[in-house]
Ligand binder design. Structure first.
Ligand code: ZN
Length: 503
């Protein structure tokens, strides 16, 4: 969408943008590495508005099993501020993040807990420390922050009676409680369920980065905690963004809302991966992130779509799960947002449930291509490996080998036929199923010779639907990235030595 916009932009608009793209005097973005050359090497990002004001330092990823803090902090690193400085260290503890463990791999108790390694008042002699805590602390001292926000996650919701500090704002000093309440009000304004609302906690654990900032530097510091249980990553990262944005607004620093996730100057393909209701779990999300590692992939939920985040992305991807739940969660407003994103030049990739979502014959469908699903009464036809055969269009669009059959994983994706009541342009068929599965009363022959992969246009945008699962098929994972590149009109697929149907 960003690319399509730039192509279709009028010269007048381009001129205006060119003026804004020129840095105003004093504005400066900078970044660098902490712990360079070590396993703890991690990036920091700073934005200086050039206007006098507070310095806010945001840290994430101190605990490796709390990914939303790291994710949100990386998104916040794309923000600008109207006054003062915003400094972000998204991933403070790379080895633990890589292992998805709270503690440093191989260490027990407080010795492994990076958030117990920061300077303590008084009894510092026996307290554990670590080189990484020293590096982060030195960076904090050099940054001279006025406010420190450390982003974490708990295992349960405090308001629901959990002993976890999840879904809370932890604040130790009385004079910082007004700001604590500002953040709580902002986040609770969009949480209806009282069992999921955020709570105030009026203490901060000894040895933590926030406590050290309060005691050693005498500055304002809060720990922001979301809850990782039973909530998708997009929801938790969104909650962190909203709390940080609320405090920046209170400090008179806001330049834009909390919806920004991708830096406007980002040059890599930007993919919005839906992870809300009707999407598979976190492991599915991580699988797509692996096969799209050349891209910026951010998780989004229905609320993000309704907030208009898609304009920051080139492609939106709806994965496997339940198409009706995805469509229902988006609601009318969200579905309109997706349609207008695609019609104005964005790309849409649907995989299995995400392909159902794009079809014509469902009230909750996006109606992006003139295709219906058929044999709907047997949609639970089972899972398994099937054969598919690519067409010439499959060769030119995705680099499949035309006329050659290959195996692909199928999990109850749609059987697609032309829709009788749509006047959209006819899509191209990139591959056909050549074998089928048939459980729960379905006839396996029904899906033979129906389209497995289709591609078409919707307005100025491109749509590519996979009924099966290339991301779960060894040797075909690259099809997902190729779909992104085709939708962005980046290049024709490159020919590589023949493998399992790819060429
Ligand atoms: Zn934590």
């Amino acid at each position: 969408m960003r690319q399509a916009l730039s192509r279709s932009m009028s010269s007048a608009l381009l001129l205006v943008l060119a003026v804004f793209a020129t840095p105003l005097h004093g504005q400066e973005r900078s970044n660098g590495l902490l712990a360079e050359g070590t396993p703890f090497e991690t990036a920091w990002h700073a934005y200086d508005s050039g206007v006098p004001g507070p310095t806010v330092l945001v840290t994430g990823g101190i605990h490796g099993n709390e990914p939303a803090g790291a994710r949100a902090a990386a998104q916040i690193a794309s923000w600008t501020v109207a006054r003062g400085r915003l400094i972000v260290v998204p991933r403070c503890n790379p080895p633990a993040l890589a292992e998805r463990t709270r503690r440093l791999p191989g260490l027990e108790g407080d010795a492994g807990d990076l958030n117990r390694h920061f300077p303590r008042r008084g009894d510092a002699v026996d307290a554990p420390g670590s080189e990484q805590a020293d590096r982060i602390w030195t960076f904090v001292l050099d940054s001279e922050p006025d406010v420190l926000l450390d982003l974490h996650e708990g295992y349960g919701v405090r308001a629901a009676g959990s002993k976890s500090v999840g879904s809370s704002v932890l604040t130790a000093r009385d004079e910082d409680q007004d700001h604590q309440q500002v953040m709580l009000a902002a986040i609770n304004s969009e949480i209806d369920d009282p069992m999921r609302r955020f709570s105030e906690i009026d203490s901060v654990v000894n040895g933590s980065l926030a406590r050290a900032a309060i005691e050693q530097l005498g500055i304002e510091a809060h720990i922001l905690e979301t809850t990782y249980a039973d909530q998708p990553l997009s929801t938790r990262a969104r909650q962190h963004r909203r709390m940080v944005a609320a405090l920046l607004a209170e400090l008179g620093m806001s330049d834009h809302g909390p919806a920004r996730m991708v830096r406007p100057s980002e040059t890599r393909p930007a993919v919005a991966l839906y992870d809300g209701p009707g999407a598979g779990g976190d492991s599915q999300g991580r699988l797509f992130e692996r096969v799209l590692e050349e891209c910026v992939v951010e998780r989004i939920g229905a609320a993000d779509v309704r907030d208009g985040v898609l304009g920051q992305f080139d492609v939106v991807l709806f994965p496997g799960g339940s198409g009706s739940k995805q469509g229902g969660a988006l609601g009318v407003d969200g579905r309109d947002r997706v349609r207008s994103f695609v019609s104005s030049g964005g790309g849409y990739i649907g995989v299995c449930a995400g392909a159902y979502l794009a079809l014509h014959n469902y009230t909750w469908g996006l109606k992006l291509l003139p295709l219906d699903s058929f044999d709907r009464e047997h949609w639970r036809r089972g899972k398994g490996t099937v054969r598919m055969e690519a067409t010439g269009s499959g060769a030119s669009t995705l680099g499949l080998e035309a006329g050659i059959e290959c195996d692909i994983h199928f999990a109850q994706g749609p059987l697609m036929v032309p829709s009788k009541d749509s006047d959209l342009p006819e899509p191209r068929i990139l591959s056909y199923y050549r074998t089928g599965v048939g459980k729960n009363g379905a006839d396996p022959e029904t899906m033979v010779d129906t389209p497995a992969i289709v591609a078409g246009e919707f307005g100025s945008g491109r749509v590519l639907l996979f009924s099966p699962h290339p991301e779960k098929t060894e040797g075909l994972e690259a099809l997902v990235l190729r779909a992104v590149r085709w939708e962005m009109r980046l290049s024709e697929p490159t020919a590589v030595p023949a493998g399992v149907g790819l060429n």
